[in-house]
Design a protein around this ligand. Structure first.
Ligand code: ATP
Length: 194
């Protein structure tokens, strides 16, 4: 089922952050939500997650569905290893080998057992992304997920995300035009500008 938002508006302290935003997020596809910094992208995701309430408008297609998320902050348990962090939220039957393989694919297998507090920012980013991609959610909300990764790593992680979202409905927000075009591939119809 597609997710659809219609005429969504939200203000904070009288300032309009979302102004009549409408968009359809196609089932099983990645949709890129684009806007300049500070224009309400995170607010839109927070509304979709139920962490904020819109002032007006409608949302269809979310009922009873499990969501995974990559927030702008990593939100990892700093004293646990990447493997343990991923295990906390991902599907029950995942094996350690599968997790290590996924970590290897994005270049961080070497730190699988180290506590997260000892990892670099870019390593933590990749753990947070894997945690979402290995979850069994049918919807994935990603807030600037590739921010802070160097060019080469970003390409690897973007390719990995494209190959592993496995038909989930992905809503990925970014202000980076090049990133959005790369993730959308040929199908620029999947870019929603708010
Ligand atoms: N809880 C809040 N209370 C008051 N103002 C808020 C709140 N949350 C967000 N805002 C304001 O709403 C505007 C949009 O914020 P939001 O984080 O949604 O933008 P964004 O497009 O995701 O920005 P960025 O690309 O910089 O992450 C900003 O001006 C922000 O200060």
């Amino acid at each position: 089922m597609d997710i659809e938002i219609r005429n969504l508006s939200k203000s904070y302290n009288g300032k309009k952050v979302l102004d009549n935003v409408s968009c359809r997020f196609k089932e099983g596809s990645i949709t890129l939500v684009m806007a300049p910094s500070g224009q309400g992208k995170t607010t839109l995701l927070r509304i979709l997650m139920g962490l904020e309430e819109a002032d007006s408008g409608e949302i269809d297609g979310l009922d009873g569905r499990k969501m995974g998320a990559v927030f702008q902050e990593d939100r990892l348990c700093r004293n646990l290893s990447p493997v343990s962090n991923i295990r906390l939220v991902c599907r029950k039957n995942i094996t350690k080998t599968e997790i290590i393989e996924a970590m290897d694919a994005v270049g961080i297998a070497g730190c699988a057992s180290q506590p997260v507090r000892e990892l670099s920012g870019g390593m933590c980013r990749r753990v947070a992304i894997l945690r979402a991609l290995l979850s069994d959610s049918s919807i994935l909300l990603m807030d600037e997920p590739f921010k802070g990764l160097d060019r080469e790593t970003k390409l690897i992680v973007m390719d990995y995300t494209k190959s592993k979202y496995n038909g989930r409905t992905v809503i990925l927000v970014t202000h980076d035009e090049a990133e959005a075009l790369y993730m959308a591939g040929e199908d620029s119809g999947r870019i929603c500008r708010i």
